[in-house]
Structure formats: structure tokens, C-alpha cells
Design a protein around this ligand. Structure first.
Ligand code: NAP
Length: 281
């Protein structure tokens, strides 16, 4: 009998910008595993048929990116607790013949934060999350899981920040983005989850001078790798956490589920993705 070669994909629209093929192909080669990982750019009407295609035996699963992280849920047999709590799926896998969804962004964010600033948990009481979009959901759940009690969500659209608090973490306090400075003065950890600062987007207007000298500044935007926010924080001597590590660490669980090996986020992998981000910017 011939061994089946597992195939995995990243589905989204657009999806060409995704770094996931680079990451998973690196690991397939690094561990000498048979398998493939490909882009699948899908129009909305192609989503359902593609999920049915994933049910074929040779397919192991997929990553899911914008705009399907929520709409894909109705096509799956079940989603796990993390995906339920975040309200979005970024990884599809198979178990006992069922197509299941999980969300690995919470693990990715917390793992990278802990590796970048190992003492963060003890140092942080007051958290300010900027943004209330899809990625903010996972970051807010991360803070809930880490038992952080004082969390503010600053967003341009205050109603979305309120919804996030209602759905994910009732302790979190919504504020308007224009009032950000009122909470920065006591912030121990500030996390940008908006798309501001990303290549092609305006920068986040942010005065790092109002932060205390011990604040940790994280930005989940990874293109460019060093956003203006991170540069300003670094210039002030603050501890910083970039967005690339979250991207690399969130990929670990998917690879393990599809190809059977828990991969390491190596320095070589990071350098390779960094290089491609620099050449694309
Ligand atoms: P999203 O759902 O579209 O949310 C965008 C957020 O940015 C919202 O809070 C939105 O505010 C805010 N925003 C956008 N334009 C703005 C403007 N001109 N002024 C003020 N606020 C503005 O996007 P997402 O999926 O959460 O992604 C956000 C960023 O995170 C992207 O850069 C993405 O690449 C990055 N990301 C990184 C990782 C990683 O692994 N490192 C993972 C996921 C996402 P409103 O609610 O008011 O519109």
C-alpha cells in the first residue's frame, strides 16, 4: 500500500501576500516530511465547494485568512473552545473523519510575548489594546487567559470595542481612540492590533512620550517588521514585541495537526521570512 501524502492550504481572498506557504514549506523540508502546502485564492462562492474538497482523504486541512475566518465556521463539523471564544477559525484540521476548526492566534501571540519579554506577566497590570477588529479578538482573549484584570480597548468605532468586551471579556473597558492618551500614562503593556502602520496604511498616531519608562510596546503588524510605533518605542528605550513572532508561532499547531511533527520556530526560519518582508517593502 502506498503512503498518502498530506496536502494543506491557506485559503483567503486575496491570499498571494500570505507568508504561510514559506513557513510550512520550510518546515516540511527541515523535517524531511512528504507533504505540500499551497495557496488557494477563493471567491466567496468557491468557499463551500473548497471545504468539501478538503474532506477528500489526501487533504489534511488549511489555514484560513481574511475574509473567511468567520464565514468558514458554518461549513465545518465543529469548532473547538479557542475558536468559539475568539469567534473565528484560522486553522482547519481533521479528527475521526470530521472537519474541525481551531484558532491558534491566542497561542501565537502569548508564546511570542513570553519569549520576547519573559518577565512580562509579572510586570504587567494595566493593558491597552488598540483596535477592535478580527486580530484584536485573539489578543483580548490572550489577556483574559493571562488573568489580566485592567484592560482597555481603544478603537475608532467605539461600538466595536464594546461588542468585543461583551463577547469575549466583560472586564475590558472600551474607549474611543481619540481618548487614547487618557489611559497611556498608566499602561504597562500597549498592543497595536489595528492595521495602522502597515505598509500602504497611515501610521498610528501615538505619542510614546506619555508612556511610563517600563511599558512594553507590542505591534502585531509585521509588514513592515519594524513599524513606526515600534521604532519610536525603541528610540525611547522601551521593550518592544514585533508582529512576526506571532505569525510564526501561530503556524506551529497547524503544522503539527496536518503533518504529525511539532515544529520549532528557528532563527533561520525567522530570518528567511524577515528577508522576504524586507524585499517586499
Ligand atoms: P480588521 O478586522 O480589518 O480590523 C482593523 C482595525 O484597525 C479596526 O480596529 C479598525 O477600526 C482599525 N482601523 C483601520 N483603519 C483605521 C483608521 N484609519 N483609523 C483608525 N483605526 C483604523 O483587521 P485585522 O484582521 O484585525 O488585522 C489588523 C492588523 O493585524 C493587520 O495589519 C494584520 O496584518 C495584522 N495581523 C497580524 C497577525 C500576526 O500574526 N502578526 C495576525 C492577524 C492580523 P474600526 O473598528 O473603527 O474600523
Amino acid at each position: 500500500m502506498t503512503e498518502k501524502i498530506p496536502h494543506a492550504y491557506v485559503i483567503g481572498y486575496p491570499v498571494k501576500h500570505s507568508r504561510s506557504p514559506q513557513i510550512h514549506r520550510y518546515w516540511l523540508e527541515f523535517y524531511g516530511l512528504a507533504g505540500s502546502y499551497d495557496l488557494a485564492e477563493l471567491e466567496p462562492e468557491q468557499l463551500g465547494p473548497f471545504i468539501n474538497f478538503l474532506r477528500q482523504a489526501e487533504n489534511a486541512g488549511a489555514n484560513v485568512t481574511i475574509p473567511y475566518k468567520q464565514t468558514v465556521i458554518s461549513h465545518l463539523d465543529a469548532i473547538d473552545e479557542d475558536a468559539q471564544n475568539v469567534g473565528a477559525v484560522n486553522t482547519i484540521y481533521k479528527e475521526a473523519g470530521k472537519l474541525l476548526g481551531t484558532n491558534t492566534d491566542v497561542y501565537g501571540f502569548l508564546t511570542h510575548l513570553s519569549q520576547s519579554v519573559p518577565e512580562w506577566h509579572d510586570d504587567v497590570e494595566e493593558v491597552v489594546i488598540i483596535g477592535a477588529g478580527g486580530a484584536a479578538r485573539a489578543v483580548l482573549l490572550s489577556m483574559k487567559k493571562a488573568n489580566k484584570i485592567n484592560v482597555h480597548i481603544a478603537n475608532r468605532t467605539i461600538g466595536k470595542a464594546q461588542n468585543l468586551a461583551n463577547e469575549i471579556y466583560a472586564r475590558a473597558k472600551p474607549i474611543e481612540l481619540s481618548k487614547l492618551n487618557t489611559v497611556l500614562g498608566s499602561a504597562d503593556l500597549v498592543i497595536n492590533t489595528t492595521s495602522l502602520g502597515m505598509t500602504g496604511q497611515p501610521p498610528l498616531r501615538f505619542d510614546v512620550a506619555v508612556l511610563p519608562g517600563h511599558t512594553i510596546v507590542a505591534d502585531i503588524v509585521y509588514s513592515p517588521l519594524k513599524t513606526k510605533l515600534l521604532q519610536q518605542a525603541e528610540d525611547r528605550g522601551l521593550r518592544t514585541v514585533d508582529g512576526l513572532g506571532m505569525l510564526l508561532h501561530q503556524a506551529v499547531r497547524g503544522f503539527e495537526l496536518w503533518f504529525g511533527v511539532r515544529p520549532q520556530v528557528t532563527g533561520e526560519l525567522r530570518q528567511m521570512v524577515e528577508k522576504s518582508l524586507v524585499s517586499a517593502s
